[in-house]
Design a protein. Sequence first.
Length: 374
Amino acid sequence: MNPALPLIKPACPNFSSGPCAKRPGYDIQQLNLTTLGRSHRSNIGKEALQKVISDTAELLNLPAGYRVGIVPASDTGAMEMIMWSMLGPRDVDICYWESFGQGWYADITKQLKLENVNEIKADYGELPDLSKVNPANDCIFTWNGTTSGVKVDNADFISEQREGLTICDATSAVFAMDMPWGKLDVTTFSWQKVLGGEGGHGVIILSPRAVERLESYTPSWPLPKIFRLTAGGKLIEGIFSGATINTPSMLCVADYQDALNWVKSIGGVKASIEKSQANLSVLTDFVAQNDWINFLAENASIRSNTSVCLSVDLNSEQLKQFIKLLANKQVAFDIGAYKDAPSGLRIWCGSTVEKSDLEALTPWLTWAYQTVTA
């Protein structure tokens, strides 16, 4: 006998880890579309780009001297641009515990072919021994492992007296976790994650130390145009004031501005962090009450509050059926684990997801489990 269907469905069943759910109350008709059909280099285009840049810096409370730039190709493009433009003068410590960090390691060793690279890694669900990071080296790490559900719980491993640069892939952390900006020399993210924006654009945040590296070091390899952050040995300041390297989607920029306005309206980044943490608490309570589902990250202190990864006591065929059942009932879309991650679920809990939707989802998780194991 099949279990009874729960009575309530999530109002929004979008729990994808990227692109993520749109903000509550999102209405495309509310976007300021005056820039559509206009050049991004026109006054109105540059003003729109400059505004999202300045609003990003203001909302994140970046230190004086930090620069924000919009670049092509999402967070991946931002990270590749930084690695190809800045790595080389120092040994590199690469810390990873999931697929994207592992990808940065592969690019550094196989594409850039840097020789003095120290691999500091851990399995999915765990964090490596970050005390091995050498302050004399450049250090690359993800703040939050989107495919493993494991985040850095503090920045104590980053020395205040470091000689190298810290390069942080924070695409599923910015706007959802406290970021110690003073210890981060380069930070990359994409607005399609925590803010639920559209894909295709990346954001780079540079500290003055990072700018100094760019202006004092020239890589030995050629750089394609979309990777170039300097000209004549100087930072291309226009990139950080609205003159993008290539043509951006002004529709996506308007969409990002809408998301930034929403963050401001709910009380800023502090509120968006608290909203995400409250979302995680719903799943924390659910897991505690059910012995058939567990967090991939067993240690609560390193457990992500955005990309929540879960293991389920089901075989692969049962898990496929579980996920399909929820999608067919229009209860939860796109919640399967990342293709390179251990089998299980990945449920986005960023601030654009409503706590009430997660509360409505959990009885359906139980229903799907009971259905496929009946």
